[in-house]
Design a protein around this ligand. Structure first.
Ligand SMILES: NC(=O)c1ccc[n+]([C@@H]2O[C@H](COP(=O)([O-])OP(=O)(O)OC[C@H]3O[C@@H](n4cnc5c(N)ncnc54)[C@H](OP(=O)(O)O)[C@@H]3O)[C@@H](O)[C@H]2O)c1
Length: 232
C-alpha cells in the first residue's frame, strides 16, 4: 500500500493526480488550504482531506502531525501547490509580489519537505515530487521552438527555476529519498485561465510516472510527459 500526500489537490493538476493515483491503488491524502473546497474535493474523490496552507508554518506542521496520527507513514509527497502571481506589467512588480510567489512555490516546498521528512523516513521507498515547470528552465525558455520561450512571467519562472534547483539539491542531500521534479506542460487549469492546450490527464502524466516508478529509477531529474528535460 502506497500512501501519498498531495498539496493543492482540491483542483487542477493536484486533483487529477489524486484521482489517477487513487485509481492505481494509492492511499491518497488530499491537501488543500481551504477547508470547504478541500473537504468537498476529497469526498468526491473518496480520499481523506488534510488542511495545509504551505505559506503557514503552523498549518504545515499540523498537517504532518495529522498524517502521523492517521497513516503513520508517508511514501510519496507531491509538492503541487503553486501560484502564478501578478499578470500586470513587470515594471510594476514589488518585493511583496515576489515574496508572495516564492512563499508558495519555493518556501512552501521547503516547509513541507522539512515537516514530512520524518514520515517519509518510515517508508521503504520514499519519494518526493516537486511540480516545477519548463518555465523554470533556462534551456526551454530560450528555445524558440518551445511555447515557454514566448512567455514573460519573471516571478513565476524564477520561482520554478529555484524549485528545480531545490529538487537537485535535495536529491544530493537526501540519499535515501528519490527527489524529482515534474514539468506538467502547458495545461488548461485556473492557473492560466484554462488557456493551456493539454488536458489535466495529459498534464499529470509526468507526476504519475514519478509517483509509480520502481525503486532505483533515479533522483535529481526533471521530466515531462515525454521523458527527461535538461536541467539547465
Ligand atoms: N497548468 C499548467 O500549465 C502548469 C504548467 C507547469 C506547471 N504547473 C504547476 O502545476 C501546479 C498545479 O497548478 P495547476 O495548474 O493545477 O493550478 P490551479 O488549478 O490553480 O491549482 C493550484 C493549487 O494550488 C493551491 N494553492 C495555492 N496556494 C496555496 C497555498 N498557500 N497552500 C496550499 N495550496 C495552495 C490552490 O488552492 P486554492 O484552490 O485554495 O487556490 C490549488 O489547489 C503548480 O505548481 C503549477 O505551477 C502548471
Amino acid at each position: 500500500m502506497t500512501t501519498t500526500f498531495i498539496t493543492g489537490a482540491n483542483k487542477g493538476l493536484g486533483h487529477e493526480t489524486a484521482r489517477r493515483l487513487l485509481a492505481l491503488g494509492h492511499t491518497v491524502i488530499v491537501g488543500a488550504r481551504d477547508e470547504e473546497r478541500g473537504k468537498e474535493a476529497a469526498a468526491a474523490l473518496g480520499a481523506r482531506f488534510v488542511r495545509i496552507d504551505v505559506t503557514d508554518d503552523a498549518s504545515v506542521t499540523a498537517a504532518a502531525a495529522d498524517v502521523a496520527a492517521h497513516e503513520g507513514v508517508l511514501d510519496v509527497l507531491i509538492n503541487n501547490a503553486g501560484v502564478h502571481g501578478p499578470h500586470g506589467d513587470p515594471a510594476d512588480l514589488t518585493g511583496a509580489d515576489a515574496l508572495g510567489v516564492f512563499d508558495v512555490n519555493v518556501f512552501g516546498v521547503v516547509r513541507t519537505i522539512t515537516a514530512f521528512l520524518p514520515l517519509l523516513s518510515r517508508s521503504p521507498d520514499p519519494v518526493i515530487i516537486n511540480v516545477s515547470s519548463g518555465m523554470g528552465s533556462l534551456a526551454v525558455t530560450h528555445d524558440p521552438s518551445r511555447i515557454e520561450s514566448s512567455v514573460v512571467a519573471p516571478l513565476y519562472t524564477a520561482s520554478k527555476a529555484a524549485l528545480t534547483m531545490l529538487t537537485t539539491q535535495y536529491a544530493k542531500a537526501l540519499k535515501e529519498v528519490r527527489v524529482n521534479a515534474a514539468d506538467p506542460g502547458y495545461t488548461a487549469t485556473d492557473l492560466n485561465g484554462h488557456s493551456g492546450p493539454q488536458t489535466v490527464t495529459e498534464g499529470t502524466d509526468a507526476i504519475v510516472r514519478l509517483a509509480t516508478e520502481e525503486p532505483g529509477a533515479g533522483s535529481g531529474r526533471l521530466i515531462d510527459r515525454d521523458g527527461p528535460l535538461a536541467l539547465s
